[in-house]
Design a protein around this ligand. Structure first.
Ligand SMILES: NC(=O)c1ccc[n+]([C@@H]2O[C@H](COP(=O)([O-])OP(=O)(O)OC[C@H]3O[C@@H](n4cnc5c(N)ncnc54)[C@H](O)[C@@H]3O)[C@@H](O)[C@H]2O)c1
Length: 142
């Protein structure tokens, strides 16, 4: 079973983030430039929230708020659901399904060390299943 730390080892520990007082437009520019669906929100090196495409659609666009004027802190989700490095990909997928979220910040103790998306998990789980199938086929044809 693949662990979160192994996933981060493959995809990297880079974290794209904004500050709470940055504007929504700043967050959208980063999401566009990096081709990602979420940015983390950090203050004094502490994780204080997450802002995703869904937050933009529901809390900014549908509410008629202005992206250049609205600070991220006003529309972000402050109750971040996080995972640890030793959690399995399957456990993360179950958590995402239960909480209906697509991104999980990764913590080592108090320290933010990465982020994984539902796409990362799907890729990893499919690769694990393909490996198992290959092994079984090899065993059958021996
Ligand atoms: N239809 C479905 O069920 C389904 C499921 C998963 C993904 N998708 C689609 O696949 C595409 C990729 O989705 P995704 O789940 O990988 O999400 P994503 O586009 O947000 O992430 C793409 C990659 O960037 C990384 N990333 C995201 N935010 C980051 C951040 N703030 N800092 C650093 N790295 C960050 C992710 O870990 C991932 O490796 C999207 O277009 C999505 O809509 C669809």
């Amino acid at each position: 079973m693949t662990l979160v730390r192994q996933l981060l080892g493959t995809k990297g520990h880079e974290i794209h983030f904004v500050r709470p007082d940055d504007r929504v437009l700043d967050a959208l520019k980063i999401m566009n430039d990096k081709d990602i669906g979420a940015v983390l929100v950090k203050e004094d090196d502490r994780l204080v929230g997450i802002f995703t495409e869904r937050h933009y659609a529901r809390k900014v666009f549908l509410k008629g708020k202005s992206s250049p004027k609205t600070p991220v802190r006003e529309v972000m989700e402050a109750r971040c659901i996080c995972v640890g490095c030793e959690q399995t990909a399957e456990a993360c997928m179950a958590l995402m399904t239960e909480k209906r979220i697509r991104h999980l910040p990764v913590m080592r103790g108090e320290r933010l060390v990465g982020i994984i998306s539902i796409g990362d998990l799907l890729k990893s789980i499919i690769a694990d299943r393909e490996f198992t199938i290959d092994q079984l086929e090899h065993f059958i044809h021996q």
